[in-house]
Design a protein around this ligand. Structure first.
Ligand code: SAM
Length: 244
């Protein structure tokens, strides 16, 4: 089974693909959406869960999502139609770095997809390019709460600590107007949901040829999380505005 299909199954019980509770997501969106009729762009939107929640919450909001994964975008389209918000959602299957739009956006999101821009500095530059005057960014990325092992750095990339993250933000000419540090509960709930959904799918499909692979990926991911990065890794989601 392709990695993107495994990832969709792994997110069955936690469709936001980042360690945040539904309450944290709502509160971040409330801080980030500055007008009822906002134009919102999500770079690396996955199955579009952030945009779907924003569309459901703000009936005049318009949303655009960009992702490389066709199956994730198909899932986003299906959920949007079910929620009755499909007419306000546009999706593009392409590299987020190549996406262009002649008009600026009131809010640009990029959560858990900084690898699309080679890390946080590239993400801040790329998302800022799409901002309308007075617009906001909502950016979520990992960082190390404690000194990581070499293995953890190799696995997750060397994103630095919270001080390094904040330096990158201010160097980009951006000002944090709100932020959320994922709690121990949020970090654990996300990983248990990811590994648990995949394992449960495998157990529920005993005849499926992909069963063994799903069980293996779930077990390897659980071991890596518990043994390599659980004790050092954290996640920050920032709402940012441009200086000036
Ligand atoms: C961890 S998921 C985050 C999804 C979503 N932002 C969320 O928080 O629920 C990362 C997403 O980034 C997408 N992605 C990775 N590289 C990309 C690129 N170069 N252009 C567009 N999307 C990309 C992946 O396909 C995946 O859907």
């Amino acid at each position: 089974m392709k990695r993107e299909l495994l990832s969709l199954i792994a997110h069955t019980d936690h469709p936001i693909a980042a360690p945040l509770t539904d309450e944290s997501v709502s509160s971040l969106l409330d801080r980030a959406v500055s007008r009822e009729d906002a134009r919102v762009l999500d770079l690396g939107c996955g199955s579009g869960e952030w945009l779907l929640r924003a569309l459901a919450r703000f009936p005049r909001l318009q949303a655009v999502g960009v992702d490389l994964s066709g199956p994730a975008l198909a899932e986003a389209r299906e959920r949007a139609e079910k929620l009755g918000v499909g007419d306000r959602l546009t999706l593009h299957e392409q590299d987020a770095d190549d996406f262009t739009d002649p008009d600026g956006f009131d809010l640009v999101l990029c959560v858990g997809a900084a690898h699309a821009f080679d890390g946080l500095p590239g993400t801040l530059a790329a998302t800022s390019r799409h901002l309308a005057p007075g617009g906001r960014l909502l950016v979520g990325d990992g960082y190390f709460e404690r000194e990581p092992t070499e293995e953890a750095k190799e696995m997750l990339g060397d994103s630095g600590d919270l001080k390094a993250v904040m330096r990158q933000v201010t160097d980009a000419g951006l000002v944090p107007v709100h932020a959320h540090l994922s709690t121990r509960h949020e970090l654990d709930a996300y990983e248990w949901a990811w590994t648990g959904s995949l394992a449960a799918w495998a157990l529920d499909h005993p005849e499926d040829p992909d069963r063994a692979q799903a069980l293996e990926v779930s077990a390897v991911h659980r071991d890596e999380w518990l043994n390599v990065y659980r004790d050092t890794w954290g996640f920050i989601t920032l709402v940012l505005r441009q200086l000036g």
